[in-house]
Design a binder for this molecule. Structure first.
Ligand SMILES: NC(=O)c1ccc[n+]([C@@H]2O[C@H](COP(=O)([O-])OP(=O)(O)OC[C@H]3O[C@@H](n4cnc5c(N)ncnc54)[C@H](OP(=O)(O)O)[C@@H]3O)[C@@H](O)[C@H]2O)c1
Length: 261
């Protein structure tokens, strides 16, 4: 699968989002996704499903080193004394010795960023995370984080889909060498009833959701769609056998407007 690179990390262009997937459904979907060829799973401490993500990973039979696993530290654990413990607890739930990517889930005004980034860097140096990064950081916060972090940041994970313009954040990530990972890449399911996306998809025999995901991947963005439906797992990864024309890319880019979030 295509990868998106960020300061040494090679992030598969499509990953499975797992927010709101719980219990047996989560474990089953993760297992099935890996069997279908997904090689990138996105979870978080706050999703309350790391245990099931780990179960799905082991049940799939896919080798640990072939899968890119991301988790995120929640803001209540951003003080140096808390972050290390929170990451060890995430790893214990996942039953992994390290994650591929560890993110700060949201910026926080409560704890100085330099303190949190110092703790994040130490976790990487201790071998608990192969790469570290941030999520939901704006342009100014990205610059601040890059300057304050003792280790390179590999990624910023941000909401991005055809209804939202993220040009400034994309440029900031490129400037600092961070990969851009798009969450809510099908706008929480909104794209499925979009007539314009469906019309573009008809030309390639693809669905509106596939068009949205392809539009992201063609911008060198990694996308992490979530589904609890087995048939949609296949749909959301079947986007590597067509290429949107420049005109279609431009038409989709022009869809962004106010209220897109
Ligand atoms: N860093 C952060 O702060 C942050 C915030 C939000 C999300 N995330 C991550 O990003 C992942 C994805 O974002 P998201 O869960 O907000 O939204 P999303 O992936 O854009 O959309 C998920 C919704 O779309 C539906 N769907 C999935 N595939 C579809 C398809 N092919 N056709 C039609 N509908 C489809 C799903 O319903 P069904 O289950 O019924 O298919 C679900 O309701 C999350 O799961 C999480 O891992 C991160």
């Amino acid at each position: 699968m295509n990868v998106v690179e960020g300061n040494g990390a090679k992030i598969p262009a499509i990953g499975l989002g797992t927010w709101e997937l719980r219990g047996r459904t989560c474990a089953r979907i993760v297992e099935q996704a890996l069997r279908l060829g997904y090689r990138h799973i996105d979870t978080a401490e706050i999703y309350d499903n790391e245990r099931e993500v780990g179960e799905g990973l082991r049940a799939s039979g896919v080798k640990r080193d072939d899968v890119f696993v991301t988790t995120k530290v929640w803001t209540t654990h951003f003080m140096a004394k808390d972050l290390d413990r929170a990451v060890k607890e995430s790893l214990a739930r996942l039953r992994l010795t390290e994650v591929d990517l560890l993110l700060l889930h949201w910026p926080s005004a409560q704890v100085p960023l330099a303190e949190t980034l110092g703790a994040l860097a130490r976790v990487k140096q201790a071998g608990l995370a192969r790469h570290i990064g941030v999520s939901n950081f704006n342009v100014a916060q990205i610059a601040e984080a890059v300057a304050a972090c003792p280790e390179p940041l590999a990624c910023n994970q941000v909401e991005y889909h055809p209804y939202l313009d993220q040009t400034d954040v994309i440029e900031a990530c490129a400037h600092h060498g961070l990969a851009f990972v798009a969450y809510s890449p099908i706008a929480k399911g909104r794209v499925k009833t979009d007539r314009a996306l469906a019309r573009i998809g008809d030309r390639y025999r693809k669905t509106a959701a596939q068009v949205s995901l392809r539009w992201l991947v063609q911008q060198n963005v990694s996308a992490i769609p979530r589904t609890a439906k087995l048939e949609r797992l296949q749909e959301n990864i079947d986007i590597f056998d067509f290429e949107l024309s420049d005109a279609d890319m431009a038409e989709i880019t022009a869809m962004a407007g106010a209220g897109g979030r």
